[in-house]
Design a protein around this ligand. Sequence first.
Ligand SMILES: Nc1ncnc2c1ncn2[C@@H]1O[C@H](COP(=O)(O)OS(=O)(=O)O)[C@@H](OP(=O)(O)O)[C@H]1O
Length: 426
Amino acid sequence: AGHCFRNGTNKLCGPFSVVLSLECIITLQLHLNLHRYINLGTEKRLTRSPTPSSFLKTQNNTHTQATCHPKSHIVFLKTHKTASSTILNILYRYGESRNLTFALPLNKQSQLFYPFFFVPHFVEGVSSRSVKEFHIMCNHMRFKKSEVAKVMPQDTFYFSILRHPVAMMESIFSYYKSIPAFRKTFSLEDFLDNSWRNYNASVANNHYAHNILAFDFGFKNNIAAGAGDFEERTTVAIKTIEQDFNLILISEYFDESMVLLKYSLCWSLEDMVSFRLNSRSEQTRHSLSPNTAEKIKKWNALDWRIYLHFNTTFWHKVDSLVGRQKMEREVAQLRKLQVKLANTCLKDRCAVDPSLVKDARLKPFQYGTAVIQGYNLNPNLDIQTKTKCQRFILPELQYTHRLYTKQFPKEAAKTPSSSSFLLKIM
Ligand SMILES: Nc1ncnc2c1ncn2[C@@H]1O[C@H](COP(=O)(O)OS(=O)(=O)O)[C@@H](OP(=O)(O)O)[C@H]1O
């Protein structure tokens, strides 16, 4: 069994194992935190113009007056193992349905030549000057604001997402088990206790093992908690992210993040509906002891400090932009929409292991020791509904190729890829 969508809430089904306890405890604590602060927020009403989405119409859409304009110049820094593929899918669907132009990786790549620092010619259409205006940039990259700004319009909205470094490292260890830093280790505990002594920062791909959030944001990731310049480098990193980004979301509050994003972009709640993508199956999750969690926080001290800071500013943003009561109402509404969508689109309303995904074209990419789950569509859908449902569950690589082929048909024809058949599914 996998991730399921049930009435009123969005929770895991199947045998509830202690394996996920860490993430659950964090989520629970954060939710308790949220409830403690309810009623303290000020409410600010933002409204917007209607969008083409009628698939999930809500009766109570508060956005009725056109007092804010939906943003369509967007950079999303896609960080690793933070629920970023779910957000990518939201951006892809929004942009595709409105004919927006994506700043896609050159030559049908799925990433903007990560882990190299971003430069404009990584984007298809920049060197050839075939694209006049880019709207959305959202594939994995190592961020460099001055270079990104050369490609994107001046009024671009920059946002990203962070995840608790402990849960994140547990996920990364399973997904990137084959990188040199992890390859010979028996377990994450083994790596934290011993192997880091042999950790070689200059070996390719080892950056996944150390302060990966800081690395993705463009900072040097190799720094020890006790280093003389630790405080200074932490302060610089936090200040730079604050300057460069309009919004930093938090994976543990995914639904709250989507509501905040909705207000920030002036989109509708329907635009924020998604299914959880890139989720590991239960059997590849490992519970971590409090002791191990502390070791991860120390090993990834820079990420931990960045996370703590933006976890706080997240709630300040909630207070100033939405208000706690309204946030709670909208999260409930969003979860209802998600259940409604799951009831329509999904067979059994659940994610399933890849071996059980019937349509091979909808199978997510598998890597490392992680088993990444996918979805089966409800078999009785009419064509129009099926097409819409497919986009919600189309994995990242397939959707990226699909958009590339739509935007650059000639270039796509020159470099046929194994997944070009995917275009035929919708
Ligand atoms: N909606 C939502 N809420 C909370 N968490 C979510 C959500 N969607 C995806 N996920 C979890 O995010 C993990 C995958 O992250 P990414 O998509 O960023 O991974 S990747 O770097 O693109 O491979 C992966 O975490 P793990 O399952 O722990 O590996 C997903 O389960």
